[in-house]
Write a protein that binds this ligand. Structure first.
Ligand SMILES: Cc1cc2nc3c(=O)[nH]c(=O)nc-3n(C[C@H](O)[C@H](O)[C@H](O)COP(=O)(O)O)c2cc1C
Length: 381
């Protein structure tokens, strides 16, 4: 019997769960350590309520947003996610195409399995951002930054919340690593998911070969562990990147208002309030709780975006009403690509767009500029 199409992001997740090997599904779905931060994000969002206005004539609505003077069809952008290309054949390009078709920005991860030039060629005409992890090999980092600019990436998004690798115990139990290291457990997991095995792994094997971490430094390097996160990363590097990259510079992983101020001083063009989708510091506060102080510190001097656990249009409307410029979505898009490639990502964006539109109407707003903190209601305990 034909299944009805996914009605929401949770439905897309359920489809992805059926298709994907367990190791891949859990890599996407789960957090770090005791996985408290995922719940922290969700609970904080759910505790915030919207106090609607009525009788405001909301028949004509638009959720278009402006970012750096350019329009976004919706106030969302696709967050960088390392494995999209392993969830669906050519998943990085497919995801980027869906974003471009929807008129929203797409961020390619340093840890993607598709070269940044190939994604730019495969998804022309849109707003592409390149996410940078700063690794030990700084010469290689500089090359990547130049490549991103030459390939037409509008923004460089430097992830600053990963000085060291997070503790994800289920990956060890599942025998899962990026780049993939083949062990008996993983091979059994892959072999018992034939749709993924044939549609993704076998297709790669028969065409380009199983892809690896294409942005890693290869060949002789003057530094030890060239592809390991550089834990010495500090504001000097951000200032260097500022001078190196002529486009927009974004920092992702800011939670403290003082860091937001320092970002302004370093000349960045925007920040993403993020706790990495609850995948890094498990004791982190919720991003929606971090947002107001950061917004106050920035005081409108650059766009402040936010991510982590935004799975409903109403979640996104809450952040926008508080003053965020846009919301990045990670897993929502990843579940889409894992469920059905480009069409799945388009479907995920469509679901969120439709939900945003409905909540705007329900709260009495016809444009995003009408969303304001007056709509936000928090319980007073
Ligand atoms: C599977 C997966 C891979 C990710 N890979 C990266 C990455 O390579 N670089 C990065 O900065 N963030 C990465 N993130 C974090 C996302 O960019 C984003 O911050 C997070 O997913 C937002 O939370 P959400 O998934 O609940 O929307 C990843 C997240 C997921 C789920």
């Amino acid at each position: 019997m034909k299944q009805p199409p996914a009605q929401n992001i949770a439905d897309l997740r359920a489809i992805a769960k059926r298709r994907l090997p367990r190791a891949l599904f859990e890599y996407v779905d789960r957090g770090a350590e005791d996985e408290v931060a995922i719940d922290t994000n969700r609970r904080a969002l759910e505790q915030i309520k919207l106090r609607p206005r009525v009788l405001r004539g909301v028949a004509v609505r638009s959720a278009q947003q402006m970012l750096w003077g350019e329009p976004m069809a919706l106030p969302i952008a696709i967050a960088p996610t390392a494995v999209a290309g392993m969830l669906w054949h050519d998943g990085d390009v497919q995801s980027a195409r869906a974003a471009v078709a929807a008129g929203i920005p797409y961020t390619l991860s340093t840890f993607s399995v598709t070269a940044l030039e190939k994604v730019a060629e495969g998804a022309p005409g849109g707003r592409l951002w390149f996410q940078l992890y700063v690794m030990n090999d700084r010469d290689h980092m500089r090359q990547l930054v130049r490549r991103a600019w030459n390939a037409g990436y509008e923004a460089l998004m430097v992830t600053v919340d990963g000085p060291v690798a997070p503790k994800r115990e289920y990956n060890i139990r599942n025998g899962f690593n990026m780049p993939i290291t083949w062990g008996p457990r993983l091979m059994w997991d892959f072999a018992t998911h034939p749709r993924w095995l044939l549609g993704v792994a076998a297709r790669y094997k028969l065409t380009t070969g199983i892809p690896g971490m294409v942005h890693h430094a290869t060949g002789p390097s003057s530094v030890k562990d060239p592809n390991k996160s550089d834990a010495s990363l500090n504001w000097d590097t951000i200032r260097e990147l500022r001078a190196l990259f002529p486009g927009k510079l974004l920092l992702k992983g800011i939670l403290h208002p003082d860091d937001a101020r320092m970002a302004l001083d370093a000349g960045v063009d925007g920040i993403v309030v993020s706790n990495h989708g609850g995948r890094s510091l498990d004791a982190s506060l919720a991003t929606i709780d971090a947002l107001p102080d950061v917004l106050r510190a920035v005081d409108g001097r650059m766009p402040v975006m936010v991510d982590s656990a935004f799975y409903r249009g109403s979640d996104i409307v809450k952040a926008l009403a508080m003053g965020a410029g846009a919301v990045l979505v990670g897993r929502a898009a990843v579940w889409g690509v894992a469920a059905s490639g480009q069409a799945g990502v388009s479907h995920a964006i469509g679901i969120l767009g439709e939900e945003i539109d409905r909540v705007m109407a329900q709260t009495g707003c016809t444009r995003l500029s009408e969303l304001s903190p007056h709509l936000i209601w928090r319980p007073r305990y």
